[in-house]
Design a protein around this ligand. Sequence first.
Ligand code: ATP
Ligand code: MG
Length: 782
Amino acid sequence: TAPNPSPLVAGLNAEQAAAVTLPAEHALILAGAGSGKTRVLTTRIAWLLQTGQVGPGGVLAVTFTNKAAKEMVTRLSALLPVNVRGMWIGTFHGLCNRLLRAHHQLAGLPATFQILDTQDQLSAIKRLCKQFNVDDERFPPKQLQYFIAGCKEDGQRPRDVPARDEETRKKVELYALYEEQCQREGVVDFGELMLRSYELLRDQDAIRAHYQRRFRHILIDEFQDTNRLQYAWIKLFSPPPMEGLDVAAGNAVFAVGDDDQSIYAFRGARVGNMADFVREYRVQHQIKLEQNYRSVSNILDAANHLIGHNQRRLGKNLRTDAGAGEPVRINESPSDFIEAQWVVDEIKSLVREETPRSEIAILYRSNAQSRVIETALFNAGLPYRVYGGLRFFERAEIKHALAYLRLIENPRDDTSFLRVLNFPPRGIGARSVEQLQDVARAAGCSLHDAVSAVTGRAGTAIAGFVAKIDVMRERSEGSHLKGIVELVLEHSGLVEHYRQEREGQERVENLEELVNAAESFVMQEGFGREAVALTQSPASQGLDLNVPVLDEPLAPDADTGETLSPLAAFLSHAALESGDNQAQAGQDAVQLMTVHAAKGLEFDCVFIVGLEEGLFPHENAMSDRDGLEEERRLMYVAITRARQRLYLSHSQTRLLHGQTRYNLKSRFFDELPEHCLKWLTPPQPSGWGGTGSAGWGGHRALGTPVPQPAWSPAWKAASAPAPEPDRGTPIKSGMAVFHNKFGEGKVLAVEGAGDDARAQVNFPRHGTKWLALSVAKLTPIE
Ligand code: ATP
Ligand code: MG
């Protein structure tokens, strides 16, 4: 093959290099996990820029999660010095937001439109149903939410939905009413972001032509998980030759994906988009990558073997040159509580061996599983971050503060208005709220605009609230974002309110964290600062910094939504971002997330917990083959996140949604090749784990002595819940002990005897406490 002069491709294998340097034509890279798809995509962007084929403004790159988009930007800036801020790299939602901000008028939206996250959307639907006296047994709001999201994913407005029966007709009617409500309030939900920008491009010829000219290269990662609408959206940027609507725009679509990692069918993802793409775009360049660079062969073998049980596959091979590495470790626990303890113990020893905490991930199937693990990590003093699930921006106190901020931006946002109208409490009762809503409905205006029509005491109180918002708006003019957030926290009375709450300290801290989040957002986004210096030296091998294209200044860019105020940008960020600004940001922390959220990421060590029938594979998916195959792909994604070490774990009992469940271990264990496994716990004799096990997790009343299997070294520390001070080891000064809530501590002193015995214990994370031994559950640990 011809020697390629670019150092960018020097480290790549032949297929990867070929993919990176393909001519500007449509291409599909279909390859398994860890084969370098994302790396190829990122390097291709760098290569296109470096060889002057396109400027930073001519690239549109889409990926699935915020974390992945960030990762891409980071990798790109490591490859060559480029102003990544001017580039359109992001998630579908993020890019749609950007489009709609830039062309809000043509899209029929107010400049200050706000984004409803899933929670907000549900409460908006509930409000609507209440207003129209919808029977929520027949039409549960959650189902309506699902229905509306599904219609939007299929690109359907209410008039497009075939109303087959009475029930659908009613749902469509509510969908239409919901749309009206959103439009009136100036808010859009996630599905709307996508659909609205799709319609904008479809209907506005000038805008479509502009972007078709602008984006010469369109690159899509994780293509297997695009849904119908997303694929249609891409087609508008680069019409396929077969459709004949537009003259071929001459731009190139570069899609990378892996059919084995398609895990969003439940949200409308269509793996068939890959085949359609090849056909409709007459794709000439299809490249397979077969070398895995991520995982040791024990991990890769496990993944390959597992996915081999799926029948519907395009079929790919993956090999690795890495050695066998450590075997995949499998552990069984009697309860989820003990499982969490086991994970924590393993992590402690990994950290002792100098694994950075951020290179350790704990993956689970459902968000609800994180709580017990979080508790164990917290007690052990191990910093962690949770992605998705309980997001920072979804906590109640944060949403309250954001509601005030949103009202400053857009007073017509009724969802926000209702959220804080009487919070902190200011004596506005439900009756007054209803009265206000009636007036607004009759006048067809927002709650904010209806205020003057409400009279009497209620009217005065509500007018007071509106005046408060107006004052905040006035005072925030010309302020920095951080100043605005501080102003709102103080002036809204939120901080004051939580200070007086008995357990409000954490909420106050979270609110303070919002100030930090605002500040770091401004820094990251570079508002009010010079653009990223273009002369930074790249981390990679001796690049020529004088590549002409890099010196070309970015054209002043009307498309990028630069005019967006920092507050508006921050509010979009809060609605779109998943917890990337949690308190622990920047700290070296263990990573917790669902398997879905882990897509595309990699870690040295990975724990997959809760591998039980009904949980993973999930019970909703077990009844049909498609569902089961999707679960298996999900497991394939989970396994292939690990580079060096993989731990699989299941528990005999689990407290989930308030119930103790007795689970069988996941069928996926039987689908792994024995030679790469190491069972840490031998299969249990039958009958073991009966009555006694219920109490082990500390979820039930204690009393029965805890059986102690000999096989688990982690067991002793984990069996903490058995206090039995009279029968167990006496607590003595100097001892290391474990407490259910406070974690590990050291006994400083013991006083008294019998029922009056008390111990003074120092807990590293909670300080020194006196505990009554007859009550406190303290267990000695070695
Ligand atoms: P996934 O399907 O999970 O998204 P992927 O195919 O996108 O995986 P990447 O994340 O791009 O794979 O690459 C996996 C890892 O292998 C990364 O750490 C990447 O830097 C590394 N890698 C890729 N190609 C090479 C190569 N030619 N030499 C060395 N390392 C490589
Ligand atoms: Mg990838």
